[in-house]
Design a protein around this ligand. Structure first.
Ligand SMILES: CC(C)(COP(=O)(O)OP(=O)(O)OC[C@H]1O[C@@H](n2cnc3c(N)ncnc32)[C@H](O)[C@@H]1OP(=O)(O)O)[C@@H](O)C(=O)NCCC(=O)NCCS
Length: 190
């Protein structure tokens, strides 16, 4: 499992210390508004622990997965970014999806963009993926801005079968990423 360092953030292997802040983040209805069916889970330590255990397995099995986002100055857990297989949308498989979730106190400071940009680069350049997608609820404009800012373009609309909710699929290929980065882009420390 890798770790990445950006200007303000450390993206690192999830640990047991992340269980409580992860459960608290997922219990916030505003955070969960556009996720799944839109309902927040109650604070559930066991579920958060299972998420972290699965994240550790996925890195071993696939060579990519979820990383905890930690603010370097404060050592605070801010949320996560992840490269995953979007099984919830079978029509786009095979694919690798990049996703992100931050606790609300960390929104609006560009942290999602900073974390996602580093992980996208890792996926396409260091891990050598040909293409990365990102899927959002059509009304999730904050997430769309993150997708725009890390260079992903709108691909097509879809409907998530399990929830019936409308989604927009954004994508970027390795060739597009290389074309759009002239080599001056800051390279995170791997
Ligand atoms: C999506 C999320 C990670 C974004 O985090 P963030 O730290 O606010 O992201 P950033 O600050 O990097 O960028 C957010 C951008 O959205 C913009 N934005 C904020 N509210 C917006 C709105 N209502 N409509 C359009 N853009 C909006 C911000 O201005 C910023 O763009 P800018 O830098 O050009 O000003 C965060 O809101 C989150 O965790 N949401 C809940 C989980 C979630 O929905 N995950 C994504 C599932 S697809």
């Amino acid at each position: 499992m890798i770790s990445l360092t950006t200007e303000r953030l450390l993206l690192r292997r999830p640990t047991e210390d992340d269980i409580d802040p992860l459960a608290a983040m997922d219990a916030d209805p505003e955070v969960m508004r556009y996720i799944g069916d839109g309902s927040a889970s109650p604070f559930d330590r066991d579920r958060a622990a299972a998420v972290i255990a699965r994240a550790q397995r996925e890195w071993d099995e696939r060579g990519f997965g979820m990383l905890s986002v930690v603010v370097r100055d404060t050592h605070q857990f801010a949320g996560w970014v992840a490269l995953t297989v979007p099984a919830f949308l079978p029509e786009i498989l095979p694919a690798v999806e990049i996703g992100w979730r931050l606790s609300r106190r960390h929104w609006g400071a560009g942290l999602a963009t900073e974390a996602a940009g580093a992980l996208l680069r890792y996926g396409l350049i260091d891990r050598g993926l040909d293409r990365v997608v990102s899927v959002r609820h059509v009304d999730n404009h904050r997430s769309k801005r993150v997708m725009d800012k890390i260079g992903m373009r709108f691909g097509f609309d879809a409907v998530v079968p399990a929830t019936g909710r409308p989604a927009a699929v954004h994508e970027i290929t390795r060739a597009e990423y290389v074309r759009d980065h002239d080599g001056s882009a800051e390279r995170p420390h791997v």
